[in-house]
Design a protein around this ligand. Structure first.
Ligand code: FAD
Length: 318
């Protein structure tokens, strides 16, 4: 089923999907179980599960010497996907990244996803490693997400990295990332959308966008995409502001522009609870306007915070 149909068939009437993060290493799945047990009658069209690159960390070895090892803070994307699919019966979309992977390892991961019966994938490049200033691909991996899209399309045609006789084709539908406020490494919106178009031409059939807080950015992005002959669903990514600190962190990390009224309203709050209420109201208004505009659905970056997210959903019941 394509993603537009997933949204159309979403039980509960609201065409929404969710992004979930695997827990930090060692913390278990309680938080994710709580999240989905608290959703009650609301069911998302799909749940996407993030993938996190390994980073180099310092450890002291048995001889008291400093050693650097690769450590993944949030392992478990595959396990979370399997659990959500089989325990909760949800449509699940794993994020698959290029960072840290050779094309052979990407293929192994894709084989696992195929065997799990997952039909959709969000194909991403991944951010630069925390210890590096620019994205450095694995020597046998990919520098850009369009190359990963091409690999998945090849598998859909029964073409594996090494020639396999009578290979069974996979049947993945591929989503990619888009940036209404322009990706940090792109010169301008036109160049960024040109690169997005390459991913679509390679075989992607839907786009989930980076978060934004001013819908006019999305409308401009949508217009540019349509002018450049991109006609796949563009699914806006929505995040709820939950702390004053995010006013600094989001522009710093993601280059996000925050509307003055949102900033003023958040700054006027005295407690985190008040900040959440402002953030929820803003996200709800954004969502309503985007649905009126005609998007097929909205994707909420939940940060696994069911308390906040349930309040968002409640506003659509009223
Ligand atoms: P690309 O499409 O490869 O683009 C990267 C940059 O290169 C852009 O500036 C683009 O304009 C340019 N470009 C693209 N193709 C070419 C080309 N062929 N030649 C020259 N320039 C090119 N990161 C994670 O690590 N894990 C996640 O789970 C994750 N989930 C995400 C979910 C969403 C919805 C979004 C929007 C982002 C997510 N990210 C995640 C972050 C993402 O990996 C970063 O934003 C990353 O820097 C870019 O990824 P991309 O797939 O858009 O890369």
């Amino acid at each position: 089923m394509d993603v537009a149909s997933l949204y159309r068939n979403a039980p509960g009437g609201l065409p929404f999907s969710l992004e979930i993060l695997p827990p930090n290493r060692g913390l278990g799945l309680n938080n994710i179980h709580d999240f989905f047990n608290n959703l009650h009658e609301w069911l998302p069209a799909f749940v996407s599960v993030t993938y996190h690159q390994a980073h180099k960390i310092d450890i002291i070895d048995d001889n008291g010497q400093m050693e650097q090892i690769w450590n993944r803070k949030k392992p478990g994307t595959l396990g979370v996907c399997a659990m959500l699919k089989f325990q909760y019966g949800l449509n699940v979309i794993p994020h698959v990244i290029c960072g840290g992977f050779s094309k052979f390892e990407s293929e192994d991961f894709l084989v696992d996803l195929d065997y799990l019966g997952l039909k959709h994938i969000l194909a991403l490049r991944g951010d630069p490693n925390k210890t590096e200033t620019q994205f450095n691909p694995h020597p046998q991996g990919y520098a850009y997400a369009n190359e990963l899209v091409e690999q998945i399309v090849d598998m859909n045609a029964g073409k594996y990295v090494e020639d396999v006789k009578e290979a069974r084709p996979t049947d993945f539908q591929i989503g990619v990332a888009g940036y209404p406020e322009v990706h940090a490494e792109a010169m301008n919106l036109h160049d960024d959308v040109t690169n997005l178009k390459r991913k679509i031409t390679s075989g992607a059939s839907f786009v989930i966008t980076q978060m934004f807080f001013d819908n006019t950015c999305f409308f401009q992005f949508d217009k540019m995409c349509r002018e450049m002959d991109i006609h796949v669903p563009l699914i806006p990514g929505i995040k709820v502001i939950t702390s004053k600190r995010q006013l600094e962190v989001l522009p710093e990390i993601f280059g996000t522009k925050l509307p003055k009224k949102l900033v003023d309203d958040v700054m006027a709050c005295e407690t985190d609870e008040e900040v959440c209420q402002v953030g929820i109201a803003h996200a709800v208004n954004q969502t309503k306007e985007l649905l009126e505009y005609g998007v097929v659905g909205v994707h909420f970056f939940t940060m696994n915070n069911s308390q906040v997210f349930n309040q968002v959903l409640q506003q659509f019941q009223e």
